[in-house]
Ligand binder design. Sequence first.
Ligand code: PLP
Length: 855
Amino acid sequence: MPVRSIRTYTVLPSIPERLKPLQVLANNLWWCWNANAVALFRRINPDLFEALDHSPIRLLTTLEQKRFEELLDDDGFLAHMDRVAEALDHYMKAPTWYEETYKAEKDAKIAYFSAEFGIHESVPIYSGGLGVLAGDHLKSASDLGLPLVGVSLMYREGYFRQYLNVDGWQQERYPENDFFTLPLIPELAADGSPVIVSAPLPGRDVFLRIWRIQVGRVPLYLLDANIPENRPEDRAITSQLYGGDSNTRIQQEIILGIGGIRALRKIGQKPSICHMNEGHAAFVSLERIRVLMEENKLSFEVAAEAVKAGTCFTTHTPVPAGNDAFPASMMDHYFADYLPKLGIDRAQFFSLGRIRPENNDEPFSMTVLAIKLANVSNGVSALHGEVSRDMWNGIWPTLPKGEVPIGSVTNGVHTQTWLAPELAQLFDRYIGVHWEEEPTNFDIWKRVESIPDAELWRTHERCRERLIVLARARLKAQLKRRGAPPADVDRAEEVLDPEALTIGFARRFATYKRGDLIFRDIERLLQLTNSTQRPIQFVFSGKAHPKDNGGKELISRVVQYAKREELRRKVVFLEDYEMNVCRYLVQGVDVWLNNPRRPHEASGTSGMKAAVNGGLNLSILDGWWCEGYDGENGWAIGSGEEYKHDAETYQDDVESRALYEILEKEVLPMFYQRGADGLPRQWIRRMKRCIATLVPVFNTNRMVEEYTEKSYVPSHRRFRTLEADHLKSARELADWRKKITGDWRQVRVENVDAPNGDLLRVGTTFPVKVTVQLGTIAPKDVEVQLCYGLLDAMGEVAEPKPFVLSPNGSPEAGKVNFTGTVPCAASGQFGFSVRVLPKHANLNHSFEPGLVTWG
Ligand SMILES: *Cc1c(COP(=O)(O)O)cnc(C)c1O
């Protein structure tokens, strides 16, 4: 029987005054991307630091008092500590890119909402790529000095920890997070009591505590439902990341979106911009609208104009089924009490979450809600932007898909977080320390050419050895835990060869990522792995979602292969993939393998982490690699073909053959072609090219700068404009929209006067006159465009370019002429069409659903 505690108490270590900087450092996650700070904590007790998930706080709370006394006498340690403390101090005070670039936007406040954040393995509130991206976003926002805060949930158990049974079948375990040894700072009211906010659930409120984690300059606020004020079942809502059923999911999303906004307000943070990282956070807009309505006595429509202007959305999921959507009955249940506060009826509410508002069978999609209530939306790579425009074209059914207003900002990784410390030192020495502050500077990264080949190679080999030491130790522990015979456990020492070509494959095990593709022709693989001249080996790692049996089967298959006698020493599967294992892998492998079914990999970021360390990508041209690959900085499998859903077997055959081919003909020969000095010169050349071309682009500093320029700052300006003078412009915009929408029926293209079938020469122009019936709509409120472009085989303009025509003369009975002179810039067979769109200075784009009239 568990002992029920009647009183709780916390014992804190008594850290000597002189060592107090350690506590300050431990409470700002800045330490985790600064090699010197990591080294400082490691130095205190390397084994303990390792055993405690590299958590400085756990280290400090576990350390024996005696060790503190020793450190007090260790001048080298004290000097090291002072240097690191000073570096943090300097970092926090230094002038920043944002301050210097956007002086007029000093008052902007960005709130970045995400269901998960992967900042460091010791803060387990992430599952994988999405969370790590969000964590890297915060780190770069801190580096650049953005006025940004993060918002998420504080999960009592986080995501599951993976272990495998004897058959290689994934088992899940949910250890509880010990809040006392996490870098959590409680948000307290003036009287010292915890700040509590609520979020609405059917028939009750759920109460939330607010924790803060400091990530450099940026605070991350985390909501926690596990407090005594709540019913037992409500206390469990924030237990597991992506746990439970769809009810848990919607409850978590209500807490994240609605609770998140309330929490920010309660602690005095009023965002001008909310950035929703994936649809999970889409309820943010509803709550912002509600608050604005309540405080300013506004209609939904007016408040929505302002909120929309201050909202940005990033979608991550190129597969319809991967986007959260709730059945209407569920939305009715959860929003019955909330809806009246929005002042809209059920039909209006549902139209916000549906592609086709009138379709009663369509579930309520969080992505659609997010898109409809954001003024900027984007995918996470150029290709994913394209896929997203196609996927969500239904929201703007009359637009060609190329014009669907969803752009793209390609993902990145936080360079300092993922770079091996040994390599960082090498960079400091040869390319200068500025790479840390200016990771996007091409000129700096070009200087990798000046690193002597031998040094770069030796450093890389050290990282590979480190990976292999880790792999053996982990494998040994895995086997022991599974109860394997001692002889088998001992044999774990023999796996992998520190000098062999090492290929890494680690990511979530989802079927589209095809973790077993390399085993498709096992004989051909064995021929490669059996070579004693040119050995090759593979390290795998990754979790499958607990409900994804397909993914679990993939893992089990890989593990079964790894058990075969011929492959036992060449193929290793490391359990429990998380950021620590990821770091070892991306820093130690020679080649990072990625073979998803195009175009299912929205971006992928682990390949970027490998590239930071000179690991060469061998990847399908999908996600970021379409933009990254230049022919010499890694390898492409295939050339970007896409296959029909029913041709998957064929696709796997073709692409696995292409993979073997590249390994046999290019990767292996290049790796093993050594000079007299033992160096693979060509390989090293490729490593350098990989670093010089990829690192300055695929980092989160570039990404966050791009978000700032394309999304945050324009949104902030629009939001402030609409909000000023008691939302004067928002009211006008709402009135304008109402009028335009009501009058739009009158809009007709009456006549088009332009060449038809004429032969024109490049360099000439042709005049166009379009007569439009606008009814009661003023010419300044519309834009008339000629959409022209090359005709395809079907006689259609596949990629129309808009050419804006100007109103000419005054309206006569609602009829207005729009004219222009169109240049013939290129030869070919062209066609055009004409359309009328609404136009308003305070809208980001003119593509309002339903308001496009084609001629
Ligand atoms: C970077 C990272 C991922 C994302 O990998 P992808 O290649 O984008 O799928 C997943 N899990 C962890 C632990 C990571 O660090």
